[in-house]
Design a protein around this ligand. Structure first.
Ligand code: NAX
Length: 332
């Protein structure tokens, strides 16, 4: 039998956590044959609720679930984990300054970085979901210098999947037949959902470009982009709560593709440490198109970037550069 993989979920008593932990325990994250041990971390005010989630995991009798650690102790939570999904963070509250929210998250991610660095398993892969996701991941990277930067990422797969969903609805095709959209940049409203390289597989088996099939550049360059950018807000308006099941599902997609690989000819979007590809400033966590193989991602190279796209790639990079400066100003 395979050795269980230890998966940490921080903020596990929250909304996304509640949707995510059963997916992990059912094998959605790593496949139906991979046993898992769940490590769930939350803060003391949520301890009782976290214990309730643990009780439900026991009650669900998941065959793949070989153990549950539910704790408010960061060291205990991080010890021996192979995968860390960081969902816990300080939310922006009404009337709070951006800097105050940043400052709270910087101190959380600084502390959790050290705990992961000291106590996680070697080669632990980290996914940051909590906002500001890119910058939290950057802080985590800075304060866990012994974790290779290729092992630290943030979630933009939800935005990627939202873009696939919008194209699928517009063209009335199955979402599984749409591929190779790209989310560039920040997981924020400056992100750039790019369909210039996206295709749809028709029932004839032929692959056609999304731009050609939609045949409406005004929609693709306007409403499509803003719908994807604003989708989180639209969900909050409808549900009075932010996206949870779709975020949990996207987190599973992100880790699964990273560990098990992307299908041939298909890329996905991941927030990763920029090496300067596509003239994106190095040293930011920026969402790029990536393919994954043998547990490693690589940025898809050589895609053409038109003038419209260039501006959008730069705009979201500027926002990330500002966020980085703000985060650093919170350190001093
Ligand atoms: P909730 O407020 O329901 O849950 C957050 C949980 O984190 C709470 O249980 C809280 O007690 C816990 N927490 C706070 N500080 C902690 C710490 N220092 N250590 C461990 N746990 C801590 O929020 P939820 O709706 O689950 O969203 C979680 C995060 O995901 C938020 O930051 C949210 O903005 C972010 N999102 C990111 C998305 C993405 O695509 N990257 C999409 C969905 C979501 O909005």
């Amino acid at each position: 039998a395979q050795e269980p993989v230890r998966v940490l979920v921080t903020g596990a008593a929250g909304q996304i956590g509640y949707a995510l932990v059963p997916m992990i325990a059912r094998g959605v994250l790593l496949g139906p044959n991979q046993p898992v041990i769940l490590h769930m971390l939350d803060i003391p005010p949520a301890a009782e609720s976290l214990n309730g989630v643990k009780m439900e995991l026991v009650d669900a009798a998941f065959p793949l679930l070989k153990g549950v650690v539910a704790t408010t102790d960061v060291v205990e939570a991080c010890t021996g984990v192979n995968i860390a999904i960081m969902v816990g963070g300080f939310p922006r509250k009404e009337g709070m300054e951006r800097k105050d929210v940043m400052s709270k998250n910087v101190s959380i991610y600084k502390a959790q970085a050290s705990a992961l660095e000291k106590h996680a398993a070697a080669n632990c892969k980290v996914l940051v979901v909590a906002n500001p996701a890119n910058t939290n991941a950057l802080i985590l990277k800075e304060f866990a210098p012994s974790i290779p930067e290729r092992n630290i990422s943030c979630l933009t797969r939800l935005d990627h999947n939202r873009a696939l969903g919008q194209i699928s609805e517009r063209l009335n095709v199955q979402v599984s037949e749409v591929k190779n959209v790209i989310i560039w940049g920040n997981h924020s409203s400056t992100q750039y959902p790019d369909v210039n390289h996206a295709t749809v597989k028709l029932s004839s088996g032929e692959e056609k470009s999304v731009r050609e099939l939609v045949a409406d550049d005004a929609w693709l360059n306007g409403e499509f982009i803003s719908t994807v950018q604003q989708r989180g807000a639209a969900i909050i308006k409808a549900r009075k709560l932010s996206s949870a099941l779709s975020a949990a599902s996207a987190a599973c997609d992100h880790i699964r593709d990273w560990v098990l690989g992307t299908p041939e000819g298909t890329w996905v979007s991941m927030g990763v440490y920029s090496d300067g590809s596509y003239n994106v400033p190095a040293g930011l966590i920026y969402s790029f198109p990536v393919t994954c193989r043998d547990g490693e991602w690589s940025i898809v190279q050589g895609l053409s970037i038109d003038e419209f796209s260039r501006k959008k790639l730069d705009l979201t990079a500027e926002e990330l550069t500002e966020e980085k400066a703000l985060a650093y100003s919170c350190l001093s």
